[in-house]
Write a protein that binds this ligand. Structure first.
Ligand SMILES: Cc1ncc(COP(=O)(O)O)c(C=O)c1O
Length: 439
């Protein structure tokens, strides 16, 4: 497919008209939204598919796109991404279990965790699941296990490129110090020694950070690690060694837009920048792996949450609604770094666009003062029974679901915009399952 056409056709966010249209269609199907569904999560599956196809079209065709499971752990969604030809990146052993349950082949799973136990490593090696070691100690553990296992796993090493940090410190992992990976500048010699020492070490991995990392920083991280990979391969050749780094895992991190009018880099721009700064990536000498999460899911998902009350206290208009820090953990605990646009629709899903706007605080249902989704935002007049549509909520939301106050996780519905057919990706959490969790 022509890459230029792909990116021109591709909008970065769903508009409020698009999501309110989908919501009114869902409301009109009586069996979809019941009286207990005070909040619901939706995915535009057509948008999601376009994002995945675009990524596949832009990268070399043999690239493994291991989509970060933490961004969206729904098993039904994993099965959909698998059907579209994607792989999956897992950051814990339970995530590995979910990936297997969703049907991913071992060769399509990349196991990244900074805290793998011996048993977990052994399992991955035996199953032929790729894994990236986070430290020299982990490499030595793998070496012990490899004495007794003949494994088909691609084993890589996570390197911290030490290229710098982005604007959000809690999601930046490519600075001078990071809890992840082996720092490239500090340990260059030792890294080379390890590639000479272990001939099964054939992959290299980095992830500079997520959201808040500008494109030049992401590219610089990859450039540094590509230079290292090429240096390692030259050194192995000089030492007449047979092994080479053949897999280059560039992580994820492409930022998305959460604000109206915000300009974020496109996947196409990312590829252009990589082609010019790191031509080695496209030399054919490396099989590429990507680990995008937010870019795939964030803009495809949105939440509808009923307005239960509108309180007026002094100068404040407070909208009380059914999601808060349970679903939007990052926004509520770190409000300066995160943002979600909010639109208002009436009880039938009709978009409210009235000019009579008022400033609102949008508060969730949880029992703590920080459970605030937005402060001082201008919205059309909000009334009891309306719904708030919370945009760009498809990544790192229910994956970070908080059990505080024992709220039941809302149902998740998917739809296609071809015919607005809806499917249930996850049922609303039952009281029994809640009880199971706490028992
Ligand atoms: C190792 C690794 N890979 C991939 C990702 C996905 O990043 P993003 O969702 O920003 O693309 C993360 C996010 O934390 C990560 O830590």
């Amino acid at each position: 497919m022509n890459n230029l056409i792909v990116s021109q056709q591709f909008a970065s966010n769903l508009t409020e008209e698009e999501i309110s249209k989908a919501f009114s269609k869902a409301l009109s199907e009586k069996s979809l939204v019941g009286p207990e569904d005070a909040a619901l999560m939706f995915y535009d599956l057509s948008f999601l598919e376009r994002r995945i196809r675009q990524m596949q079209d832009l990268f070399p065709s043999d690239t493994l796109h291991a989509i970060a499971l933490k961004a969206n752990p729904l098993v039904n969604m994993l099965a959909k991404t698998k059907a579209l030809g994607a792989g999956v990146e897992v950051a814990s052993f339970p995530e590995l279990f979910l990936a297997e349950k969703a049907g991913f082949a071992p060769s399509a799973i990349v196991f990244d965790s900074p805290c793998k136990t011996r048993q977990e490593i052994e399992y991955a090696l035996q199953a032929g699941i790729s894994l990236n070691a986070d430290s020299f100690d982990e490499l030595d553990r793998i070496a012990e296990l490899m004495n007794n296992i003949s494994s088909e796993s691609i084993i890589g090493l996570r390197v911290n490129p030490q290229a710098g940090t982005g604007s959000i410190s809690s999601t930046s992992v490519g600075g001078v110090f990071s809890k992840f990976g082996i720092p490239l500048n500090d340990q260059r010699e030792r890294i080379l020694e390890y590639y000479l020492k272990y001939d099964w070490l054939q992959g290299i991995h980095l992830h500079t950070g997520s959201q808040g990392c500008p494109l030049p920083l992401l590219v610089e991280g990859i450039r540094r690690v590509m230079n290292l990979a090429e240096e390692v391969n030259e050194s192995l050749l000089l030492n007449e060694r047979q092994n080479r780094i053949t897999t280059f895992d560039m992580g994820g991190g492409l930022p998305v837009s959460y604000q109206t009018g915000e300009t974020v880099p496109t996947m196409e721009q990312y590829l252009q920048a990589l082609r010019s700064a790191c031509p080695g990536l496209f030399s054919g000498n490396f099989k590429l792996v990507t680990e995008f999460g937010r870019y795939i899911y964030a803009n495809a998902g949105w939440v509808a949450s009923k307005v239960e009350y509108v309180k007026k206290e002094r100068d404040h208009h407070i909208v009380m609604t059914h999601v808060g820090a349970d679903l939007f953990l990052r926004k509520c605990y770190n409000p300066a770094d995160w943002h979600h646009r909010i639109s208002v629709v009436d009880k039938d899903g009709n978009l409210k666009t009235g000019t009579a706007k008022c400033k609102y605080t949008v508060a969730g249902p949880l029992c703590f003062a920080g459970d605030i989704l937005a402060s001082g935002i201008e919205l059309p007049m909000v009334e009891e029974g309306d719904y708030l549509l919370i945009h760009d909520a498809g990544a790192y939301t229910f994956g970070m679901w908080s059990r505080y106050n024992s709220r039941q996780m809302p149902a998740v519905l998917g739809y296609t915009t071809e015919d607005y057919s809806f499917e249930t990706l996850k049922q609303r959490e039952s009281r029994e399952s809640l009880l199971d969790f706490w028992t």
